[in-house]
Design a protein. Structure first.
Ligand code: NAD
Length: 273
């Protein structure tokens, strides 16, 4: 597998495709991550709340791949926003690492107003060298503006729900204007929709000899997004990575763009009770 890197504004590089382990049971996470690394993945996206950091760490240790060749992301959970440094150390301990490549504030939680405190602790962690890059997740424009104007430090990435049914154009444009890379979570709409049967995906899939899932992932890649589709099936790990050997035409891209109905499957923190 050959997976290209994308550069972040702090000068580091991230593999554009990784594997995500949300809702992968601890019992299965080690196998999935080991298999991912085995077939060529080098980027793993986890989070404290996924409760599988220890298994991710065990898989990294067992892989025999040098640490510097791997890119590991984890995230600060909501209830830990005022104890960021301690929570980060707990994540490192579970992962069995002395550094992560990317550490994110998982949700802004505007109702508690602690995202800025959390962001300041990530800045300290970054300065200590224990998180090579720092960023955020699920931040809306107003959340981003607050932390940038208060600290002057721009997150390297914003990891947001983004797929053909929910394209977040205004937010993506804002991130692009600030040099913030967009990481698309739920890139396949979490497998919860009829997307895989839509003509806008089925037709290019047939034309390129690919699957609708590969077409969706390719649509993300052609927009310079970072993705880490989740699967626990070895054959899909390989399928999801075979997306760098074909190109969707402009017409095929626009047909997928037209699927946007602004339907999200996750939660919007600004609409939470
Ligand atoms: P996803 O869009 O990656 O969907 C995963 C589902 O898609 C699988 O369970 C399976 O049903 C299906 N699927 C995967 N590969 C397929 C294939 N080749 N063909 C057909 N179906 C396929 O959803 P996700 O897991 O929610 O998102 C990916 C990653 O994003 C997560 O694992 C996690 O790392 C991250 N994430 C982050 C947040 C956040 O708040 N920051 C939230 C959710 C997910």
């Amino acid at each position: 597998l050959s997976i290209p890197n994308i550069s972040l504004h702090d000068g580091t590089e991230i593999p554009q495709l990784g594997v995500g382990v949300f809702k992968v049971d601890p019992g299965e996470a080690q196998r999935v991550v080991e298999e991912s690394i085995e077939v060529g993945y080098r980027h793993i996206d986890t989070a404290a709340i996924y409760r599988n950091e220890a298994e991710v760490g065990a898989a990294i240790a067992a892989s025999g791949v040098p640490r510097e060749e791997l890119f590991v992301t984890t995230k600060l959970w909501n209830s830990d926003q005022t104890r960021g440094e301690e929570a980060f150390q707990e994540s490192l301990d579970k992962l069995g690492l002395d550094r992560v490549d990317l550490y994110l504030v998982h949700w802004p939680q505007p109702m508690f107003g602690e995202a800025l405190t959390a962001w300041r602790s990530l800045i300290n962690i970054h300065e200590s060298g224990r998180a090579t890059s720092i960023g955020v997740s699920n931040f809306e424009i107003s959340d981003l503006e607050e932390i940038i104007s208060e600290t002057g430090i721009v997150p390297t990435v914003n990891q947001i729900e983004l797929h053909p049914l929910h394209q977040r154009r205004e937010l993506v444009e804002y991130c692009n204007s600030k040099g913030i890379r967009v990481e698309a979570w739920g890139p396949l709409a979490q497998g919860k929709s009829d997307l895989f049967e839509r003509p806008a995906l089925v037709e290019p899939a047939a034309a390129h000899g690919k699957t609708p899932a590969q077409v969706i992932l390719r649509w993300h890649v052609q927009q310079d997004r970072i993705i880490f589709p989740k699967t626990v099936r070895p054959e899909r790990l390989v399928e999801n990575a075979r997306i760098f050997d074909f190109e969707l035409t402009a017409a095929e891209m626009s047909a997928i763009d037209a699927l946007d109905v602004q339907h999200n499957f996750g939660t919007n923190p600004h609409e939470m009770d």
